[in-house]
Design a protein around this ligand. Structure first.
Ligand code: ATP
Length: 258
């Protein structure tokens, strides 16, 4: 008897979204295998956040489907979200809570046992170096940009999901915390989890990710292993070649520093 092949961690099929006359995402189809760190890159306004928002159930697609470990995000959202941890773009957080209170609240929303929430909260705050702020009673409203990103990551990790979707997780995070984040993501994938992360830092995606997709103008223009996509050059050069370079002409901004 053959064992059934496990479903992809994430399967996006023909996802499309239009805002008025603007086609933001156009037939995006991607498979993220189990135990994979998947990078999603593309220029500003390419459609990454829109695609990821539809994939995790935050934005209803005009067309197409998104499945998490086989469960359809829009017809079976409870099953699809059970195994999913999300760091959305511009995360709206309850501002008047401390990080620890926020995680406590989050854990209860997820129906987790209180002692588990307590011990994971303490561990996450310590590892992400938010414990000092917690001791001082700092509320999320008073957090710096990087601290907000880190508490957002903690909420994504708290229920020990099997699939993580992280919109620019390294943005505004200091180098020490970035190394911690990398260690967390590597350990997560080594244990069989999958991560989809968007980033503008090509060197980071090259170092960290197993697979990468480049999105431009709402469409997937390249998708494969990092080696396949960079095709013998650097990921940044390949990105620029596929997306198109913008050079500054001699006369442009000539008033600047004149
Ligand atoms: N709520 C909205 N209403 C109207 N247009 C939108 C909305 N959200 C996104 N768009 C448009 O959809 C396109 C894709 O935006 P999106 O935020 O997905 O890009 P992105 O690839 O995440 O960009 P960045 O790298 O700058 O974060 C852009 O042209 C943007 O202006």
């Amino acid at each position: 008897m053959t064992t059934p092949t496990p479903p992809p961690a994430f399967a996006l099929d023909g996802l499309s979204k239009r805002f008025g006359d603007k086609v933001a995402v156009d037939e995006v189809t991607l498979d993220v295998p189990p135990a994979c760190l998947f990078g999603l890159v593309g220029p500003n306004g390419a459609g990454k956040t829109t695609a990821l928002s539809m994939a995790v159930g935050l934005l209803r697609p005009d067309r197409g489907t998104a499945r998490v470990l086989g469960a359809d995000m829009w017809t079976d959202p409870v099953a699809a979200k059970r195994e999913l941890g999300v760091l959305p773009d511009g995360l709206a957080l309850p501002e008047r809570l401390t990080g620890g209170e926020l995680l406590g609240y989050w854990g209860r929303l997820r129906g987790m046992p209180v002692p588990v929430v307590r011990s994971r909260t303490a561990e996450l705050l310590r590892i992400l170096e938010l414990d000092e702020a917690e001791r001082l009673g700092t509320t999320v409203m008073e957090y710096s940009t990087g601290m907000r990103k880190k508490i957002g990551l903690a909420t994504a990790l708290l229920h020990a999901p099997r699939v993580l979707v992280l919109d620019e997780p390294y943005e505004a995070v200091d180098p020490v915390s970035a190394r911690v984040l990398t260690a967390i993501l590597r350990r997560f994938v080594a244990a069989g989890g999958s991560v989809v992360m968007s980033s503008h830092v090509m060197s980071l995606v090259e170092q960290l990710c197993d697979r990468v997709a480049i999105i431009a103008g709402g469409r997937v223009v390249a998708d494969g292993t990092v080696d396949e996509v960079r095709a013998g050059s650097s990921l940044e050069d390949r990105f620029v070649a596929l997306v198109g370079e913008r050079r500054l002409a001699e006369e442009e901004l000539s008033w600047l520093a004149s």
